[in-house]
Write a protein of this length. Structure first.
Length: 634
């Protein structure tokens, strides 16, 4: 179904977060880097709900607190100090980060604030040791031109990045690593003026180009994250948090519109069936006996642990739970996501999908009887501890009541296929309050003048320059600007003699192709890539071997290019060694050459390259072979 997005009144706003490449973190002098080794320090904290000034407590935070969730934080001394551990007040705001943010802001014609006030934003998931994230507005009211449209930028801010989650939850304990905590992030927020999925992607691309043009942003997966606010009339404002792949942005928006339209349709049909929220009762039926002999493995396992199967009835909901909202997502999936979050259960079963999972038609019939269900009703049931069962079923009931009203407001997280899943309820208002530990910073006219006088070239100017200076075609120049590697490109050109087109093609097309081949190119560092091209310049490596070297380096972290060359047996063969080798090939194939004369070249070249690929320059090999062949024939 083609959707006319203008017509349905789609409104999208973007918040783009990008890590800055500063030499220190935002509120301390620790290195803004991630570590791979085992942690030197660990400490355990209880998750506690932070009260805002007004004494409001976030319901999701309170819930987690009640469950006694604990967090094990991991750290090392190079990347964390007492500030990240919340044992010491934050240091003054990082001036370098402010300058980068101001640079980007001025490139978007935003107006700098006179005073920077650091605020605290409540964070409920343990990803900040303090229970809040520090954030401050740097500039307001910018504009961006995207095709013919003027997109207003509401604000440009600086934020501290959060700790990163390590592995899955074990029991009631979450594991976070605080190396990432405090890395400066720039946040660029657009007004909700974007009207189609494609436009959302274009705006994100233009903002990304400007941020990269500052030359001061980090590269690699996870260094850029986008939050997307999506609403349609009669739907709801949905926030999708933490999308890392720009390529998925338009698909995520498209699916969210589909999801909301389908939820609106379901709501209309439920109203036609005269379903009422208050008819969905918090009445839990113990249906454990129905499954005494069950072949369903999940239920069997629960029963073996002496757990219970509890059920609720959703009056007149039959058929709705299996309704598809987007590919791979049904109303039943949405209920299951809620159940997982609020009940910490593995999932739910419902009658719309029976018989399945080893549950028989007979069991389904018995279940209906036990839950006193009518033909038009749906039943949701869960096999876990009675406490979890009840919490999860309450969440299912709430989701069902919301389905009658339409689209519930919530925060969602992206899945790898472009669909989304429930993350948590949307936080209420008043979740920001002032950070009292940090003095305010003034931005003076002089600051602004100084930064304005040396703004980096805008992406469009750079495009022209790359084409002229390096004779790149437009497509390749555009790709370089849109990649994370335009700085790297110019660095490599300065320090190697490889042709700009070859370097540009490698940094864009080859890296993309490698990624498609599941090679983890992000594991190959900028320095290693520079080394590769220096080696080619120095005649130690051929262009043909680029691919193999990158693959090897991605599998052997922290090894050198020289080690790659040695291990892959790519040591370049000298010209005299090559001559000797070719003479031998000719001697070995005398008969063939006598028969075919000069036309034996192709076969001989094949033989030479079979042993020499990646070890010699192809042009040179072909030249020497031609020469030797002629000598022999004469
Ligand atoms: Zn620190």
């Amino acid at each position: 179904m083609e959707i006319n997005y203008e017509e349905i009144g789609l409104k999208v706003g973007l918040e783009i977060h990008q890590q800055l490449n500063t030499s220190a973190k935002l509120f301390c002098s620790c290195k803004p880097e991630l570590f791979k080794e085992e942690p030197e320090i660990t400490f355990l904290r209880k998750l506690r709900p932070t009260q805002s000034e007004l004494g409001q407590i976030d319901p999701a935070a309170y819930f987690e607190f009640q469950k006694g969730v604990k967090i094990l934080y991991e750290a090392n001394t190079a990347t964390s100090c007492l500030v990240e551990m919340d044992e010491e007040p934050p240091h003054p705001l990082n001036v370098e980060a402010v300058e980068i943010a101001l640079t980007a802001a001025l490139m978007m014609k935003a107006k700098a604030v006179d005073e920077i006030h650091v605020m605290r934003k409540t964070v409920i998931d343990g990803s900040n040791t303090t229970g809040f994230q520090r954030t401050c507005v740097i500039a307001l009211n910018g504009v961006l031109k995207v095709r013919e449209k003027i997109v207003s930028i509401e604000h440009v801010s600086l934020e501290e990045d959060a700790a990163r989650k390590m592995g899955d939850e074990e029991g009631n304990t979450l594991r976070y690593r605080i190396d990432r905590l405090g890395i400066p992030l720039i946040e660029v927020a657009t007004a909700p003026v974007i009207n189609s999925p494609k436009e959302a992607e274009e705006v994100a691309l233009v903002i990304g180009r400007i941020l990269r043009a500052t030359g001061k942003v980090r590269r690699g997966l996870g260094t850029i994250r986008q939050d997307i606010n999506i609403s349609i009339p009669n739907g709801a404002l949905i926030e999708i948090k933490g999308l890392q792949e720009l390529e998925l942005l338009s698909l995520v928006v498209k699916y969210e519109v589909q999801r909301q339209l389908n939820l609106i349709k379901i709501s209309e049909e439920l109203k036609e069936r005269r379903v009422k929220g208050e008819e969905i009762k918090e009445e839990f039926f113990d249906v454990t006996d129905v499954f005494k002999q069950t072949k369903c493995k999940v239920i069997r396992k629960a029963l073996d642990k002496n757990q219970k199967v509890l059920a609720v009835k959703l009056p007149k909901f039959k058929g709705f739970l299996k309704r598809e909202l987007t590919p791979n997502l049904r109303l039943g999936t949405e209920m299951a996501d809620r159940a997982r979050f609020w009940g910490r259960v593995g999932g739910i079963f419902h009658t719309d999908e029976l018989p399945a999972y080893g549950i028989t038609t007979e069991e389904a019939e018995e279940l209906k009887e036990a839950a006193k269900a009518e033909e038009q009703d749906a039943i949701v049931f869960i096999a876990d501890s009675p406490e979890n069962d009840r919490d999860a079923l309450k969440a299912v009931i709430e989701r069902a009541r919301e389905a009658i009203k339409g689209v519930p407001e919530e925060t969602r997280a992206p899945n790898p296929d472009g669909t989304t899943r429930y993350m948590r309820p949307r936080p209420g208002a008043a979740r920001m309050y002032p950070e009292t530990d940090i003095p305010l910073t003034h931005i003076t006219e002089d600051n602004i003048k100084k930064i304005s006088s040396r703004l980096p070239e805008l992406p469009e100017q750079k495009l022209g320059r790359l084409m002229k200076e390096y004779r790149l075609n437009q497509k390749l120049a555009r790709q370089i600007i849109d990649s994370e590697n335009s700085e790297l490109f110019e660095t490599i050109i300065k320090e190697s003699s490889v042709s700009p087109t070859t370097v540009a093609a490698f940094l864009t097309e080859t890296l993309r192709a490698l990624k498609r081949d599941d090679v983890e190119v992000d594991k190959v560092s900028e320095n290693q890539i520079r080394e590769i091209f220096k080696s080619i310049s120095a005649g130690k490596l051929t262009k043909e071997a680029l691919w193999d070297v990158v693959v090897w380096l991605s599998q052997h972290e922290d090894k050198s290019v020289e080690e790659a060359i040695n291990n892959l047996g790519l040591k370049i063969v000298s010209e005299s060694e090559l001559r000797t080798f070719i003479e031998k090939v000719i001697a070995d194939n005398e008969k063939l050459i006598k028969e075919r004369g000069e036309s034996s070249f192709g076969i001989l070249m094949g033989i030479v390259m079979k042993s020499m690929r990646g070890k010699i320059d192809v042009v040179l090999a072909s030249k020497v072979l031609k020469e030797k062949l002629r000598e022999f024939l004469n």
